[in-house]
Design a protein. Structure first.
Length: 456
């Protein structure tokens, strides 16, 4: 098969779509008129086999010089089924970690060291503290390990949390028999650890949001959601009498912990955004409740200095994100008019699946900027609403990692692709649609149909 048209066609699509995106960001159009990447899937498969061949010969770093990476032409094959990537971490200039699969599928942990990609000891999740001083790993048995770096000696080991940790302890007597046992199986969707390593936030798809705090007595747990302070009693009263048990609603559950460990933000599909203040011992108090710009709350992220929070809500595959100053929103409780005065709209179309924060050293902006990774696109936007750049990466994001030490951004996607970007460099050729788009250094493909992962 003639492969000569691969690059030219892809670049023409990317160039057109980049012009359209620029026109929107520069205020010349209300919406972009994108064209579709219509390259034949058979051509994509032939190109993929060339990438396989180059990897097998130890020439993986040369692959991009022959064939531009892409996403859209592989969609027909991806739709047959793929285990996506659910989290990722930058371990050093040339070392990375990613997790393939979720709590509801087979999981594989992959360690990348230069050109070598090896299967590592199994994990169920992992995350850096924002200051990169602590590395938290979730073991497959539900226990947690706090270390200084990946693979280093554990500083703390925390046993798996039992179902009792996810049952509110202050339930009225008449409600206790009705509250369904959440079970001992962990299905964590979000993990976070504070910069001082003394607080850990866990969001569990089937059990709720829980905080672990390290005190003089050791690690203690505090259930943040469901909670009587957030309407649990009213929800239980509203449950029809013929239902023998009450099960809280956890669809789209998500959570974020401020780097200083003083705040948590979380929500579910049918709720408002909750901001909780955390005491030094982990004791919670309601700080604010905010309405979403779109229909369903979907993501939350704090700034590096823990003074700002960005909250995303969505409807189908679109969404909207706003940012607020934490001091300004204290005690705000569903007051839409007041909230509108205090919020800054960052983006009005991305459904955000993963988020992070780029410091001044990676943005050239004193404030730094939020990183919003959504469906197909990722955008870097200052708290004041200035879009610094936007880039099409293809699928929806499974996780992101921002590393100030290396100046790189890593994005794990549900397509099984892992993307490494350098925001200090702009792409010189229009390989991907974007606005002031950063350069993609490399990507890896983790597809089960391949005999081994590929570097592209």
């Amino acid at each position: 098969m003639d492969l000569s048209s691969w690059n030219d066609f892809g670049r023409s699509v990317a160039a057109h779509n980049s012009i359209e995106l620029e026109a929107v960001h520069e205020g010349q159009k209300d919406a972009p008129s994108f064209i579709r990447d219509a390259r034949d899937p058979n051509l994509a498969e032939a190109v993929l086999q060339e990438i396989v061949r180059l990897n097998a010969k130890g020439r993986a770093r040369e692959a991009r010089g022959f064939f531009d990476p892409a996403h859209a032409p592989f969609i027909p094959e991806l739709e047959k089924g793929v285990r996506g990537l659910s989290c990722c971490a930058i371990l050093g200039p040339d070392q990375f970690l990613t997790l393939q699969g979720t709590a509801f599928s087979t999981r594989t942990t992959w360690h990348i060291n230069g050109n070598q990609i090896t299967e590592a000891d199994p994990l169920a999740g992992f995350v850096w503290s924002r200051n990169r001083q602590y590395f938290l790993t979730l073991q497959t048995d539900g226990s947690l390990i706090v270390s200084k770096t990946y693979g280093s000696a554990p500083l703390d080991r925390i046993p798996a949390l039992p179902s009792s940790a996810f049952i509110p302890t202050d339930l009225p007597k008449e409600f206790k028999p009705k509250f369904a046992d959440p079970g001992d199986i962990a299905t964590y969707t979000h993990l976070a650890i504070s910069d001082d390593g003394t607080k850990i936030l866990l969001s569990d798809h089937g059990r709720g949001v829980l905080l672990l705090a390290k005190t003089a007595l050791g690690w203690t747990s505090q259930l943040l959601f469901p909670s009587l302070a957030l309407g649990l009693e009213e929800d239980m009263k509203a449950t029809s009498e013929d239902k023998r048990v009450f099960r809280p609603f956890f669809d789209m559950i998500h959570a974020a912990l401020s780097p200083d460990g003083r705040f948590a933000a979380f929500s579910t599909q049918m709720d408002n955004h909750h901001i909780i203040r955390l005491g030094s011992d982990g004791s919670p108090s309601v700080y604010a409740e905010l309405e979403g710009l779109s229909e369903y709350p979907h993501d939350a992220c704090f700034s590096d200095d823990s003074t700002l929070v960005a909250l995303n809500s969505c409807h189908f595959f679109r969404g909207a994100t706003f940012a607020c100053s934490l001091p300004a929103i204290q005690d705000l409780n569903g007051q839409r008019d007041k909230q509108q005065e205090l919020q800054t709209v960052l983006n009005d179309y991305l459904r955000v699946y993963a988020s992070g924060y780029l410091p001044a050293s990676m943005t050239g902006e004193e404030s730094g900027a939020f990183l919003l990774a959504g469906v197909g696109f990722v955008a870097c936007i200052t708290p004041g609403g200035k879009t610094l750049w936007e880039l099409e990466f293809g699928s929806s994001a499974g996780g992101v990692d921002v590393c100030p030490d290396t100046g790189r951004v890593l994005i794990a996607s549900h397509s099984g692709m892992l993307h490494l970007f350098d925001p200090s460099q702009k792409q010189d050729l229009p390989i991907f649609a974007g606005y002031k788009a950063p350069r993609e250094d490399r990507r890896w493909l983790f597809w089960d149909r391949l005999s081994q992962p590929l570097l592209w």
